[in-house]
Write a protein that binds this ligand. Structure first.
Ligand SMILES: Cc1cc2nc3c(=O)[nH]c(=O)nc-3n(C[C@H](O)[C@H](O)[C@H](O)COP(=O)(O)OP(=O)(O)OC[C@H]3O[C@@H](n4cnc5c(N)ncnc54)[C@H](O)[C@@H]3O)c2cc1C
Length: 409
């Protein structure tokens, strides 16, 4: 098989069903492409896996040659180039199977959220997804996974029930709370550092329709709205996920409520100042719900919100500034994803918001981190040390290094 992997393009034989591409092969450029044009990586070989055995073959092959291995499903979270190594694509492994009685979805490593939402919706069920239907389930979940249902149902990582991975020695391992519990803990926030995920089982929730949208108010209301939000967010119902966004001449209340319109409007009332200039809120099926977001060019966490005058100053120099209260079920999670007890974040689409930094904790969230040198900031010191210890057990030579990397202890 190793010879095949090195020399041939595609297989239908017993060893590898995927496709193997080298520079110059037709399809090489298509398969190596990331969503981010800044990553114009040229891997030595691209392996597009169709099944777990293909993943195991690629891992074993890379390891035997001392080549680093990068994994990519969609390219949404590719922040490290895979030049010279092996790029393992999982995008063909898109199977989704819903068990409505157990409220579980079994998902292949290449599935994206739109696949799972579509499969779950006919049963009145929904997974905890993020803002984009095209993001990969595996990458999202292993990097923490924040979504508009997270305050009610936890982060994506908290909804992982079972994961199958191929470890650095090419062996399939299943992790659950009872089987390989340390690995199970680590993959729920530690990213792709411990193996290549081949499938996941995730929890679904009884969410058919939601009340979602945004209401725009004149920017002159921003200071008062921020003050109200500071007081109200810690006690708002966990069904409500809500942010305050300062965009140009308006301040927006953006929200999703997992419930009916009456309850949602009651929950939003403390944040209603005046009549909105524009109001897009409506009850819609979860599959069609969309809440505008702010590109996380800069992302910081805060134990307490800085004064609204500071936030307004930053907004004047930015395209958008969005303030979020996390809390709810997120704060009760037990995996290494995020800084669970830090309640506020501010996302800035604009230049580096130095005015905010004196108030920030210095922490980050793996899924919103772009800097491969700052991975440690995504964790508490104790969690980071534990992740490094688990990395040492499962990947002592750091085969899985072309990612937001946790180095072995
Ligand atoms: C438009 C957009 C919206 C987003 N919205 C949200 C959001 O609302 N909430 C949120 O939490 N995040 C969000 N993200 C971040 C996103 O969840 C992460 O970037 C995630 O890693 C993307 O996973 P992917 O598979 O789509 O991307 P890829 O680039 O294919 O993978 C990203 C990384 O995940 C790891 N990985 C992926 N699959 C595997 C696997 N099978 N085995 C091992 N490692 C694997 C690899 O390290 C890989 O480098 C968003 C990103 C974008 C671009």
């Amino acid at each position: 098989m190793t010879q095949h992997l090195a020399t041939q393009r595609s297989w239908t034989g017993s060893e590898l069903r995927g496709e193997v591409l080298r520079p110059g092969d037709p399809g090489y450029d298509r398969e190596r492409a990331s969503l981010n044009p800044a990553f114009d990586a040229r891997p030595e070989v691209v392996v597009s896996a169709s099944r777990p055995a293909d993943v195991a073959a690629a891992v074993t092959w890379a390891r035997a040659r001392g080549l680093a291995l990068a994994v990519q499903a969609t390219g949404h979270g590719t922040h490290v180039a895979s030049d010279g190594g092996v790029l393992l694509k999982t995008s063909r492994m898109t199977g989704v199977l819903v068990d409505p009685d157990r409220r579980i979805a079994k998902v292949g490593a290449g599935a994206v959220w739109a696949d799972v939402v579509a499969a779950a919706a006919p049963f009145g069920l929904a997974p905890v997804t993020g803002s984009s239907p095209t993001v990969g389930v595996a990458g999202f979940t292993m990097g923490g996974g924040l979504g508009p249902l997270s305050r009610k149902y936890g982060l994506g990582a908290d909804n992982l029930l079972k994961v199958s991975v191929i470890t650095a020695d090419g062996v399939p391992v299943t992790a659950t709370p009872d089987r390989n519990p340390e690995l199970f803990w680590a993959v729920r926030g530690g990213g792709g550092n411990f193996g290549v995920t081949t499938s996941l089982e995730i929890r679904l929730h009884p969410v058919a329709s939601v009340y979602a949208g945004q209401a725009l108010f004149p920017i002159s209301h921003a200071a008062e709205l921020l003050e109200r939000y500071r007081d109200y967010a810690p006690v708002m119902p966990s069904e409500l996920t809500c942010t305050i966004a300062l965009v140009g001449s308006t301040v927006a209340v953006r929200a999703m409520y997992a419930g009916d319109a009456d309850a949602a409007q009651r929950a939003l009332r403390p944040l209603w100042i005046d009549t909105p200039v524009e109001d897009t809120f409506a009850s819609v099926p979860y599959a069609r719900a969309s809440v505008p977001g702010t590109a996380p060019r800069n992302f910081d966490l805060f134990a307490a919100l800085p004064d609204s005058s500071v936030v307004l100053d930053v907004a004047r120099e930015s395209n958008a500034v969005e303030v979020r209260y996390w809390g709810g079920a997120i704060a009760r999670g037990t995996s290494p994803a995020g800084h669970r007890t830090v309640p506020f974040s501010i996302t800035v689409d604009g230049p580096e918001p130095e005015r905010l930094w004196p108030y920030a904790t210095g922490g980050s969230f793996l899924n919103f981190l772009h800097d491969p040198d700052a991975v440690e900031t995504a964790y508490t010191a104790a969690d980071y040390q534990r992740l490094r210890d688990i990395k040492t057990v499962y990947d002592p030579t750091n085969l899985f290094s072309r990612n937001l990397n946790i180095t072995p202890a």
